[in-house]
Design a protein around this ligand. Structure first.
Ligand code: SF4
Length: 64
């Protein structure tokens, strides 16, 4: 499973790095970016939580 952030819709609220700092961080442009890695099993629940709680539905966690 990988995480993806759609920067076209991210509003830069900063929630996802707070929920799942192992995968998400804020980029230099003030928008979120996801690590391009296969999400470890123990981190997957928090990555999914970030996906579910993103206010602009900009996060996808899926098999990519
Ligand atoms: S939670 Fe959503 S809107 Fe907020 S920074 Fe992350 S991707 Fe962007």
């Amino acid at each position: 499973m990988k995480a993806f952030v759609d920067k076209n819709t991210c509003i830069g609220c900063g929630l996802c790095p707070t929920i799942c700092p192992d995968i998400f961080r804020m980029d230099d442009d003030g928008l979120a970016i996801a690590e391009d890695i296969d999400i470890p099993e123990d981190i997957l629940p928090s990555a999914k939580e970030a996906e579910e709680n993103c206010p602009s539905n900009s996060i996808t966690v899926d098999n990519m």
